[in-house]
Design a protein around this ligand. Structure first.
Ligand SMILES: [Zn+2]
Length: 387
């Protein structure tokens, strides 16, 4: 196993929970990669020898971003819908059906190439782990196909047969829930780690969502939920009551919702690129953080409500629009994402963790929010290798 010493690190964010301050930042630092893992972190002057060395000239190093919410298996785009929305047409869940129609018609090659393109785009921006959902197939064969394609790019695959009721079941939503909890789950579960439901008016109600999540859990999948995006509703408390890892969106919350998240430890996934792209009010991150809720930031990259693959954009929005500190936003985009995916081997740079990291052309992580829109990530390492 060969080792690589990264030295001359102006600021190293470790997210080491054993260090007192949130990010466990080390100035004038070094880090040793051995094989696919971090072997050592500390002050540059204490660094051990390694097979090779790379001097980063004062640049900052952060854990790679963990994007815990993305919809990448689709065909086509909805640029016209975006343009209409910016001219005053409100966003509704129904637009998903447009992408479903395009995705069903696409070949495996087209879908795979589109995911590859988006994952490459994400890596260039420092993302080292991405969760990928199905949800634009909505037939037994198309959902299983989407998950098989997603599985070529990530271990974090999510069965989202319950994204929306497809047009052919418009008069029979109960029949669709039976499909999602029956044959579709049967075909999809072996390709997925997670089961997810879009709990929203126009999508799935509380009883339907509970049936879908518990059926998935019965097949060994872990639960996560699209909750409280477009209005208050049962999603967050359902996530808490079924033992989900995450309730994502959390834009409209009651005090009871916030208390439930804080007391159960369910991670609140905030997806500010969606509010940005739908010109909607942002979630109240301060209220959640002040209540002790674990917050993750993710892109929700999808062709409808927010087509950004950029975690740095999410950080800039979280700081500028949601009043998170730069440190809280970076933590939520890395360690918070890892918590949302129930992972302890990523989202931190400590000995034994996967060597997933991003090098910034800046002296500190603060520049991610301070210099919005600037491509600061100069190099991304996944499993110890530059990508
Ligand atoms: Zn989503």
């Amino acid at each position: 196993m060969t080792s690589l010493l990264l030295t001359g690190i102006g600021s190293l964010v470790t997210n080491d929970p054993a260090r007192s301050e949130l990010l466990g930042e080390i100035r004038d630092a070094a880090l040793v990669i051995e094989g696919s893992k971090v072997a050592w972190v500390g002050s540059r002057r204490d660094a051990p020898a390694a097979d090779s060395a790379l001097d980063l000239g004062g640049r900052a190093v952060i854990p790679g971003f963990v994007d815990s919410h993305a919809h990448l298996v689709f065909a086509g785009d909805r640029a016209e819908e975006f343009a209409a929305r910016m001219s005053g047409t409100p966003y509704s869940a129904g637009g998903i059906r447009t992408t479903v129609a395009a995705t069903r018609q696409a070949t495996d090659e087209v879908l795979t190439a589109n995911v590859a393109r988006l994952v490459t785009e994400m890596r260039r921006q420092g993302t080292t782990t991405v969760e990928i959902k199905s949800g634009y197939g909505l037939t037994v064969a198309d959902e299983a196909r989407a998950l098989q394609i997603a599985g070529q790019f990530t271990e974090e695959t999510t069965y989202l047969g319950a994204h929306v009721v497809p047009a052919e079941f418009a008069d029979d939503p109960a029949g669709y829930v039976a499909l999602v909890t029956g044959p579709m789950l049967e075909a999809s579960s072996r390709h997925a780690k997670w089961v997810d439901v879009f709990v929203e008016r126009g999508a799935f109600d509380e009883d339907q969502a509970r049936a879908i999540l518990t059926a998935g859990q019965g097949k060994g999948l872990q639960a996560r939920v699209h909750a409280n995006q477009l209005g208050e509703g049962p999603g967050v408390q359902l996530a808490c009551s079924v033992g989900a890892a995450a309730a994502d969106h959390c834009t409209y919350l009651t005090d009871v919702d916030v208390d439930a998240l804080a007391s159960t430890g369910v991670v609140a996934g905030l997806l500010p690129a969606v509010e940005f792209s739908t010109r909607s009010p942002y979630p109240d991150a301060r209220r959640l953080l002040d209540a002790g809720v674990t917050v993750a930031l993710a892109t929700d990259c999808n062709p409808g409500s927010g087509y950004s693959s950029s975690m740095p954009l999410c950080i800039a929005l979280a700081v500028r629009e949601m009043h998170m500190t730069p440190a809280e936003a970076l933590w939520s985009a890395t360690a918070g994402g890892a918590a949302s995916l129930r992972r302890t081997d990523i989202g931190r740079l400590v000995p034994g963790a996967r060597a997933d990291l991003a090098v910034l052309d800046a002296p500190s992580y603060i520049h991610l929010a301070y210099r919005p829109g600037v491509p600061l990530v100069t190099q991304t390492f996944v499993g110890g290798r530059p990508v």
